[in-house]
Design a protein around this ligand. Sequence first.
Ligand code: HEC
Length: 159
Amino acid sequence: MTTGFKMLGVVLGLTIATGAAIGQDAADKALADATKARQAQMQLYAFNLGLLGGMAKGEIPYDATSASAAAGNLLNLAQLDQTHIWPEGSDEMGVDGSKALPAIWENLPDVMAKNDDLVTAATAMDSAAGTDLASLQGAMGALGGACGACHKAYRVPNS
Ligand code: HEC
């Protein structure tokens, strides 16, 4: 009787420990998935910005249709609902490969303001990109600056 009771205790203990481990794994996976998703968004930013930057520098021939498409993509990307891709705990300490500084979660209003600055710059680029090369070039500085301002404050610097 006593033994049976103890066994039950052991089994229960194991079940609880396993349940906790699964819960932790799921939580870690959720943080890692969110990190990958926001890095993918950043890669899409970089690809579209690269196209515009290439045209601005004359490395890629200016084409109004391609420039408009890239600018429109940037504007749409910047306006995605990002609520679920910045979970607390997905900073460089919490997730392997994350370059997000913990400061993000201490300054969320400022991070959102920096995203708003990107929307503003992308809106200007969206009107300029299809007009002509000079207009595209004129909108480039503010757009690149909006990316850089957030990286400077909230991304682990490249060593
Ligand atoms: C609101 C802040 C913010 C803005 C605006 C922003 N970024 Fe980022 N970016 C970050 C942070 C934080 C990281 C690190 C994310 C991580 O590793 O989890 C990052 C990472 C990146 C990366 C590396 C992604 C990877 O695969 O590891 C690229 C490329 C990038 N950003 C490009 C851009 C470009 C281009 C723009 C502008 C069009 C931009 N970002 C705008 C905050 C921002």
